[in-house]
Each structure stands twice: as C-alpha cells, then as structure tokens.
Ligand binder design. Structure first.
Ligand code: ZN
Length: 76
C-alpha cells in the first residue's frame, strides 16, 4: 500500500501515541495500531481504530482529570 500523502512511500504497520484535546484536559492513548509511511512519516488509522478512538474520546470528554493516559490494548 502506498502513502496517501506523499504517494511514493510504503505504508507499514506500526504503533502511535494519540493525543486528544478535551474540554477539561487531555486524553493520551498509547500503543494505537496504525499504518506509518516509511518516507514522510505520516500515519493513518484504520476505520475500526478511528471509531474506537472516537468512542474513547467521547467517554473521557466529561472526565474531570486534566490528563488521562490509557493503553489502547487495555481499553479496546
Ligand atoms: Zn508518505
């Protein structure tokens, strides 16, 4: 699969830390599976991963703590 951004790099399976800014603080999701371009470094999430991230962000939106750090594998 070729990169959608630079068009010439090869996209490989990798892991990424996802940062989300919430109204009350930040949500950091570690070890999120993604596809990363070997050339430009751009990373992409699959549709199911994107949906899971949105679910987690919605669940933590009203969380009172400033910064929440969770592990994707434990949350999924
Ligand atoms: Zn690329």
């Amino acid at each position: 699969m070729n990169c959608l951004v630079c068009g010439s790099g090869t996209v490989e399976e990798s892991f990424e830390t996802y940062f989300a800014k919430l109204e009350t603080g930040y949500l950091i999701i570690e070890n999120v599976p993604c596809f990363k371009c070997s050339q430009c470094g751009e990373s992409f999430f699959s549709m199911s991963v994107t949906e899971k991230i949105e679910e987690l962000v919605a669940a933590y939106k009203k969380n009172a703590s400033k910064v929440s750090v969770i592990d994707y594998n434990k949350a999924a």
